[in-house]
Design a protein around this ligand. Sequence first.
Ligand SMILES: N=C(N)NCCC[C@H](NC(=O)CCC(=O)O)C(=O)O
Length: 446
Amino acid sequence: MQAYEANFDGLVGPTHNYAGLSVGNVASLNNARNTSSPKQAAKQGLQKMKALHDLGMVQGVLAPQERPDIAALRRLGFTGSDNEVITQAAKQAPEVYRAVCSASSMWTANAATVSPSADTADGKVHFTPANLTNKFHRSLEPETTGRILRAMFSDQRHFAHHQHLPDNDHFGDEGAANHTRLCSDYAKAGVEIFVYGRHAFDSSKPAPSKYPARQTLEACQAVARLHGLSERGTVYLQQNPAVIDQGVFHNDVIAVGNRNVLFYHQQAFLDTTQKLSEIRRKFGDDSSLHFIEVPDQQVSVADAVNTYLFNTQLINLPNGEMVIIAPTECQEHAGVHRYLTELCQQDTPIRQVKYFDVKQSMRNGGGPACLRLRVVLNEQERQAVNPAVLMNEQLFATLNSWVDKHYRDQLSEADLADPQLMIESRTALDELTQILKLGSVYSFQR
Ligand SMILES: N=C(N)NCCC[C@H](NC(=O)CCC(=O)O)C(=O)O
């Protein structure tokens, strides 16, 4: 049976802002306190989704989360009416308040790890929401993410959902941003590559010294066990601690894989030679596998971090051609632009680059690949997906009008404390759950 890679992009939420919340993520810190445009951010995301749909891809939408997260503030001791909770928190604990306002669920590469049915022991597609323990603002996401995923992939004959891993740094899990899959054909069993930053239970092993390693080996192993992956179909790869210390906070900032191509920077991993031969051996059909290594001399780690050369989507169009979906920052950088232009002329499956403006997301360290969760589906599984979340002309028009109706053009730090923003956000999300037929997934609806 034919299989596809579907992409589910995060719809940017109404509180999209720049709060400088992510230590180790260069863009997030550099843009702290700038004014954002939630409306423009949401529309940039929708444009990308629509463009991929128009290219013939299966494209879906993943709903944003309820922010400010009043339930989290109540857990932290703020009391009274919702308005009182906001006012007190914004005044007494502004850092905490900014964190509970983050629209970070838009980066759905961190929503979950997904294993296609061709790889799993029970032949179902498996989902484990990421616990995102390393950053407080992101650790608020997994419960709601799980509910949204269940509402999108509800058919238990095809889809298996797991609870996120225990909320502890030992099992720090950042989802698909640290996971990629190589295969000769989407329908066939592939090699799932899990990338981690440190060993949780062995401090003698290499680890970064300046910035945090958000993902542990033990978390990767737990997800692989939950999903019923075979030893043959799994490779664990350690990220080079030196690149984490240069701002590579997820593997998808330094590497991306699709089908028979692994595109990565020379400095991305530890034990690269040995690990690539393990991938080659497990992949099996040697002849079709391409490792595209970008040397330091051509693109430095700093340029990769600034342009997000590797936070690109590598996709196969329906005609089989492989295309890179890159942020316009890559086009604006002479060296990276030259590299990409030359890459398309080389003897690899990659034939074209398409540039997209996702600057609102990029300023928080989120490129095209951060904005999407990949779900490989065969035809039967695709039929079982909640059809209301799949992009088409009509949904594109509906969501654009929905954004126009509910989103602000501009949002500054001071605006976050406006209780009206919570009302706007809830009104918007309540309507969205009806558009996407998700049911009551948000706390304020339950
Ligand atoms: N690479 C992938 N897959 N995702 C990018 C996530 C960016 C996100 N930024 C933020 O959460 C910044 C929010 C702020 O500063 O306001 C993060 O660091 O977790």
